[in-house]
Design a protein around this ligand. Structure first.
Ligand code: PRP
Ligand code: URA
Length: 209
């Protein structure tokens, strides 16, 4: 079964507390999503391979470690996943970016696909799928299904807030996918919203409600 990492770092938890607050403005919400994603990226890239190279400092020759050239891709699930991209690209500027557009049908809560554009060589890349919310897990499972159809083998899922139902759904469908979350909340409500959660992440990032 895939490892689930819940990132309980005090900086992440503090920012998450402000993010959840219903009185937090759209501007601040957007900034916090980005900041939390940047901090999560630091942990989610911890196991990237490095190689030893020799360089010269102003003082002496030194053997130092650099990333071993593994190719990366960041795949936001639209819309809300877009909020997590910029801070990750700041950290890993050579990463390519693909987009998977999914929305949840309000009645069935099942994901509906409306857009997909991936880097040509996606199958050779370490892929980070990013989306602030993991509720039923339907969107995450559909996005990973899709990436696997394109040949992706190394996939990491990053969500800011999840719940037991969503974590279980991803684990059962994709036991090879490692998961990073900032919190796993109590449960889903009757509308498949996470409780206590933060409401609708897309609407709060883009100010659409
Ligand atoms: C939200 C969220 C996830 C999905 C999670 O997107 O960003 O993609 O719901 O729910 P699930 O785990 O039950 O599939 P939404 O469908 O609201 O679209 P949006 O990002 O365009 O607002
Ligand atoms: N999508 C969201 O944006 N929030 C939830 O709580 C569930 C799905």
């Amino acid at each position: 079964m895939a490892t689930v990492h819940v990132l309980d770092h005090p900086l992440i938890q503090h920012k998450l507390a402000i993010l959840r607050n219903k009185n937090t403005s759209v501007k601040e919400f957007r900034e916090l999503i980005s900041e939390i994603a940047g901090l999560m990226c630091y942990e989610a890239t911890r196991n990237l391979p490095t190689e030893e190279v020799e360089i010269e400092t102003p003082v002496a020759k030194a053997k130092v470690k650099m990333l071993a050239g593994k190719k990366l891709a960041i795949i936001p699930i639209l819309r809300a996943g877009l909020g997590m991209v910029d801070s990750m690209v700041d950290m890993i500027p050579s990463a390519k970016i693909g987009h998977i557009g999914l929305y949840r049908d309000p009645e069935t809560h099942l994901p509906v696909e409306y857009y997909c554009k991936l880097p040509d060589d996606i199958e050779n890349r370490q892929v980070y799928v990013v989306d602030p919310m993991l509720a039923t897990g339907g969107s995450a499972v559909a996005a990973i299904d899709f990436l696997k159809k394109y040949g992706c083998k190394n996939i990491i899922m990053m969500n800011i807030i999840g719940c037991p139902e969503g974590v279980k759904a991803v684990q059962e469908a994709h036991p090879d996918v490692e998961m990073y979350l900032a919190a796993v909340d109590e449960r889903l409500n009757d509308h498949a919203y996470i409780v206590p959660g933060l409401g609708d992440a897309g609407d709060r990032i883009f100010g659409t409600k």
